[in-house]
Design a binder for this molecule. Structure first.
Ligand code: PMP
Length: 427
């Protein structure tokens, strides 16, 4: 595979951009090797600057649920852009967007648009703190909520250990306010709330973890967290940046039947344009400026072009049977990968929830962070490169979920499984 143009671009990029990228995981640090630079994308495929084509299971990290460069989304963007790119005033499309989100996700009685998932989560936490008058927040090991200071905290040992900043630049005083829990551990959550529940402003969780591979909640786990938050007056925040509109039309909250107080969304509602949103009960959202005293703002928030792309995408995924079809494809892919691994004698298993999936080089089913990090990441890295060489692009880290789109047809999935049968044999 010729990658000379990508190599040249990466060399130039590294001189001027930290690590040669604008977001760390793109640099392939986790899997080794060098990233490819993409020139164009269409349907289920990426094409790099050297002309190589890849079947893409990253989908721009989630938003491309109807495939890349969908003609209807593109047409909506072009039509809207012809009227101007940004007004800095209210525009009609943001009202339609708020109405659409509120209709599809009923817990979001009111919505505020922002420009990224990071902005959505840090705004939601500010609201939780402002509304409850409490300072502490709870997050889970292995959950990623963007790069806001309060979220860059890893677990200490045990549920009651104060957070330790994972990144220089996060003041310890702030990190101390972030408590961490092991995901899917019922007792640890109960113990933490028994100890500190009345100081907790909010608990934020990826209801299906997509940033530590793909970890579905155990039966009743989200309900358990809901009950603890209600009992202690803490807000339950579902970070649906990955799961929203993907694991079901109404997100994880619909799929698991648990109603959070606040929800955060990201990239998917921009159809590929930079977007985020947070929403929740009206009585909470009314506390956001200018309706209330909790400040949050954004010059480009509600951008008309981004709203047009997102609205068209949300339109397309409301087609009857859309999510069932996506889920069936995800099952076909994961079942096929498991069979290929079995045939090659490679210890391997998958998890799948709707159109999200995880690949684990492990003999046991994985549903905790501790199990996820104990998997054979070296085997994943070899598999990643063996697949890439065969024209299949998986997320470049053993700790990222994969994403299916409606553009992945039977031929793309069959080609992926052909590649996998060969790739597993090389391990
Ligand atoms: N929350 C979750 C669950 C995410 O997966 C991400 C990013 N992948 C974010 C928040 C942050 O979103 P962004 O990168 O748009 O800031």
């Amino acid at each position: 595979m010729d990658t000379r143009r990508s190599q040249d671009l990466f060399a130039r990029a590294q001189r001027l951009m930290p690590g040669g990228v604008n977001s760390p995981v793109r640099a392939f640090k986790s899997v080794g090797g060098e990233p490819f630079f993409v020139k164009r994308a269409n349907g289920a495929y990426l094409e790099d600057v050297d002309g190589n084509r890849y079947i893409d299971y990253v989908g721009s990290w989630g938003p491309m649920i109807v495939g890349h460069n969908h003609p209807d989304v593109l047409a909506a963007v072009i039509e809207t852009a012809q009227n101007g790119l940004s007004f800095g005033t209210p525009n009609p499309l943001e009202v339609t967007m708020a109405e659409t989100i509120a209709r599809l996700v009923p817990s979001c009685e009111m919505v505020r648009m922002v420009n990224s998932g990071t902005e959505a989560t840090l705004s939601a936490i500010r609201l939780a703190r402002g509304a409850t008058g409490r300072a502490r927040i709870v997050k889970f090991e292995g959950c990623y909520h963007g790069h806001g200071d309060s979220f860059l905290v890893k677990a200490g040992s045990g549920a009651l250990t104060f957070g330790v900043p994972t990144s220089p630049g996060v003041p310890k005083a702030l990190a101390d306010l972030t408590l961490t829990l092991p995901y899917n551990d019922f007792d640890a959550a109960t113990a933490l709330f028994d100890e500190a529940g009345d100081d907790i402003a909010g608990l934020i969780i990826e209801p299906v973890v997509g940033n530590a591979n793909c970890l579905p909640p155990r039966d009743g786990y989200l309900q358990h967290l809901r009950a603890l938050c209600t009992q202690h007056g803490a807000l339950l925040i579902f970070d649906e940046v990955m799961t929203g509109f993907r694991v079901a039309l109404g997100g994880a909250q619909q799929r698991y039947g648990v109603t959070p107080d606040l929800s955060t969304f990201g990239k998917i509602i921009g159809g590929g344009m930079p977007v985020g949103a947070y929403g929740g009960r009206a009585e909470l959202m009314q506390q956001i400026a200018p309706a209330g005293p909790i400040y949050q703002a954004g010059t480009l928030s509600g951008n008309p072009v981004a709203m047009a792309a997102g609205l068209k995408m949300l339109d397309l995924i409301q087609a009857p049977g859309f999510h069932d079809a996506l889920e069936a494809k995800t099952h076909a892919l994961c079942d096929g990968l498991e069979a290929a691994a079995r045939d090659a004698g490679v210890p391997f298993t998958t998890q799948r929830v709707g159109a999200m999936f995880g690949l684990f080089f492990s003999t046991e089913k994985v549903d905790t962070y501790a199990q996820a990090i104990a998997c054979d990441t070296a085997a994943f890295n070899r598999f990643f490169h063996a697949m890439l060489e065969r024209g299949v692009y998986l997320a470049p880290s053993a700790f990222e979920a994969g994403f299916m789109s409606s553009a992945h047809d039977d031929a793309a999935i069959a080609a992926t499984l052909d590649a996998a049968r060969a790739a597993f044999k090389t391990l």
